[in-house]
Design a protein around this ligand. Structure first.
Ligand code: MLT
Length: 407
């Protein structure tokens, strides 16, 4: 008799964003004439930078000629891309990361979800609350948790992020083996200072713990005192793995390209306490289960680091941040106290009511989609997240409609 992995039965019926999309589609089916403005999932709406498009065209032409055709690429990603990443994203900021420590992949969602596979079943896991649901769901699938009770899985340590701590998780009061951090934060838009990040790195070093640092939104950082990478902090290479993505930076949500940094010095331990390089374990997993991102897409990603690409990416970020500013300002004018949206494309708003109710109210009365905060964890109850990924016209229109609906 073939049996299922029963840990899957502990999960909520659908992944947060799939569940929201189904509700929106159902509403749209019953109201076909209603124009819906989506400020829900963080999906890029601006075209790829022209530098990337040109690189993409050139690479496609190479594939049309036997002399320049490429089949399987290196599993870890082409060296030209890993070199550009190491130089521009890390070495230029004083973080000593080498190309061989970078693994190119098809998404930070997959990598943050998959990384736990190379760690032991019985480790203790801490996540911020609210949290990007992928970190939690993948640990549930792996059997590291008990059942769901009052919106929380047993055996997970939830680090509450509230107004009181500026939506920044506090260091646990006990040893934890694995900690997920995401800055600039999804969903709250909060950022972390170098001092606070140093405390996390010191905690991890003291407890022989591992930090999985999701920096998918680092390109939105405007305040130059905020670290872009955890490797700007001394000692982080021993205890942290960092995830990055071209999705939100350069519009690769559809074309797919991201990368994970696993420093050579980063160790985890076997049951006898002997250290092992996570780099070689992740490399073993990556080469077994993944066949690389296509050559044209890696060339397009490389173009993000050209002078032209850098200028165009800055323009895209500025564009989304203008929407974010409009949403913040609009919600403030309506009497709310939004946070985020300054170094982040997400605006986190306390609605003073049930977050799914507010989601429904906004969909039905304003035709605007947001993401209910409760979907990110118990501390997200009463909150909703607005995403700045849309046109400025739609953002304006959405704010006008919300104002009307709340009258
Ligand atoms: C989000 O809206 O939180 C993200 O777009 C989801 C993702 O990147 O998977």
């Amino acid at each position: 008799m073939i049996r299922i992995n029963e840990h899957y039965l502990k999960l909520q019926a659908s992944y947060l964003f799939s569940g929201i999309a189904a509700r929106v589609n159902e509403y749209q089916k019953n109201h076909p004439d209603r124009e819906i403005i989506k400020l829900g999932i963080g999906d890029a709406t601006r075209a790829l930078p022209m530098a990337c498009i040109k690189a993409l065209h050139r690479a496609v032409d190479e594939l049309a000629d036997d002399a320049t055709f490429r089949g399987y690429g290196p599993e870890q990603g082409y060296l030209f891309l890993r070199q550009a990443i190491a130089q521009n994203d890390f070495q230029a900021r004083g973080a000593d990361i080498s190309p061989e420590e970078i693994f190119v992949s098809d998404g930070a969602k997959c990598d943050t979800g998959n990384f736990q596979e190379i760690l032991a079943q019985e480790i203790t896991v801490a996540v911020p609350d609210p949290v990007y649901p992928v970190y939690v769901d993948t640990n549930v699938m792996a059997g590291r948790t008990g059942g769901l009770e009052n919106g929380r899985y047993q055996n997970i340590i939830y680090l509450e992020c509230t107004q009181a701590n500026h939506f920044s998780p506090e260091i646990p009061d006990r040893p934890v083996d694995l900690v997920y951090l995401c800055f600039p934060n999804n969903p709250t838009g909060a950022t972390i200072t170098a001092d606070a990040l140093t405390e996390w790195v010191n905690y991890a070093r003291k407890n022989k713990a591992l930090i999985l640092f999701d920096a998918a939104y680092e390109a939105f950082i405007q305040d130059e005192t905020i670290p872009h990478s955890i490797y700007e902090i001394d000692g982080a290479k021993e205890v942290a793995v960092e995830f990055r993505s071209f999705s939100k930076t350069a519009g690769f949500t559809g074309t797919r390209c991201a990368f994970t940094v696993v420093p050579r010095k980063c160790r985890a331990y076997d049951k006898t306490g002997s250290p092992h390089e996570l780099h070689s374990l992740w490399s073993r997993r990556h080469s077994t289960k993944f066949n690389g991102v296509s050559y044209p897409i890696q060339r397009a990603a490389e173009a993000v680091y050209s002078d032209e690409g850098k200028r165009q990416v800055k323009d895209i970020i500025r564009f989304y941040l203008k929407n974010a500013e409009r949403i913040r300002q609009g919600m403030e004018q309506l009497g709310f106290s939004p946070v985020g949206g300054i170094n982040s494309p997400y605006i986190w708003v306390d609605t003073q009511m049930d977050s799914w109710e507010f989601f429904k109210f906004l969909l039905e009365k304003a035709g605007v989609v947001c993401t209910p905060g409760a979907g990110f964890g118990a501390c997200g109850q009463r909150y909703v997240r607005f995403s700045a990924f849309n046109t400025y016209e739609n953002t304006e229109k959405a704010m006008a409609r919300i104002k009307e609906a709340l009258k």
